[in-house]
Ligand binder design. Structure first.
Ligand code: FMN
Length: 276
């Protein structure tokens, strides 16, 4: 399995002062430590947008995108080089593990810069007016996305008081559809700014959730890793189908506003709920 890890926090995970450490990065570290302990085989590409933010797209970048490939000059190609490289990383990935903070109720600017670089016409989606008012369709498919996120406050989960203020994971869900993501799973730590027992509980719940998630992701048949001994090994993993999802019920399925995977999939694995 090819995994693309993306970290978006501006904070590091190895600060001397424990309370300054990035929680979202620590969640991703725990994910990979657990995967390694289970002897699961994978190849990893690591893109740290928190430490090395991608360039913000500009007018010339847009012009370059919309210039036909065979008409692009040297400077157009230069302008798209970073985007090409980042898209290649996404293209190779079967699974994307994204760790991110919530900043100002949405995604960090560095992560938005990454999305702007990788969602590109005729590379990751195409535009066909024959599809009516919903002309966009993803060109890649078959990818899973795990979002490990941390926030300072409480109450962003569905049905809670600030659910409507969570512009982080709904945005990621909508945008990632155009990178071929068909299932998104989120695990959250909340209450970092409070540092109270609820926050501690949220951290332990997230750790437990990560550990329970791994067998479901890597060995759904329970025969592909050392945590579930069996006759098989990594070749038994389902071969990723990189083709884009089959067109569904026509217009309405592929526009930015509506093209989201079934919310039920995420809800069933939205682990880090407060315990009574
Ligand atoms: C610039 C900035 C903006 C933030 N905005 C929010 C916010 O809108 N809502 C919230 O609950 N927490 C907010 N926080 C708190 C962070 O989400 C929280 O500290 C989180 O743990 C950061 O992730 P990290 O620990 O991986 O760095 C903000 C923090 C910073 C630094």
């Amino acid at each position: 399995m090819n995994i693309l890890r993306i970290d978006a926090s501006a904070r590091a995970a190895d600060q001397d002062n424990e309370s300054y450490r990035s929680i979202s990065r620590l969640m991703a570290d725990h994910f990979f430590k657990t995967v390694d302990e289970k002897g699961i085989e994978y190849t990893l590409t690591h893109r740290d947008v928190g430490k090395h933010p991608p360039a913000i797209i500009n007018e010339f970048w847009i012009e370059s995108c919309f210039t036909r490939e065979d008409k692009r000059g040297y400077s157009h190609k230069q302008a798209l080089m970073e985007s090409d490289r980042l898209i290649d990383e996404v293209d190779q990935a079967d699974l994307i593990v994204l760790s991110t903070p919530m900043y100002n109720y949405g995604m960090p600017a560095a992560l938005k810069a990454w999305f702007d670089q990788v969602i590109r016409v005729n590379k990751t989606f195409d535009f066909d007016p024959a599809r009516g008012d919903s002309p966009l369709a993803p060109l890649m498919g078959g990818k899973n996305l795990i979002v490990l996120w941390s926030c300072g406050e409480y109450g962003f989960r569905e049905g809670e008081s600030k659910a409507h203020m969570n512009h982080l994971t709904p945005h990621i869900r909508t945008a990632s559809r155009y990178l071929g993501v068909e299932e998104m799973i989120e695990i959250q730590v909340e209450g970092q700014e409070f540092g109270d027992p609820r926050h501690q509980q949220s951290k332990s719940d997230a750790i437990e959730a990560i550990e329970q998630l791994i067998p479901r992701i890597f060995c759904p048949g329970r025969s592909t890793c050392r945590c579930h001994p069996g006759p098989g090994n990594s070749e038994r993993l389902k071969a990723p189908d990189r083709s884009p999802p089959a067109p569904t019920s026509g217009p309405g399925e592929h526009d930015y506003a509506r093209a989201t995977p079934s919310p039920r999939k995420t809800l069933s694995i939205q682990w880090a709920r407060q315990r009574p």
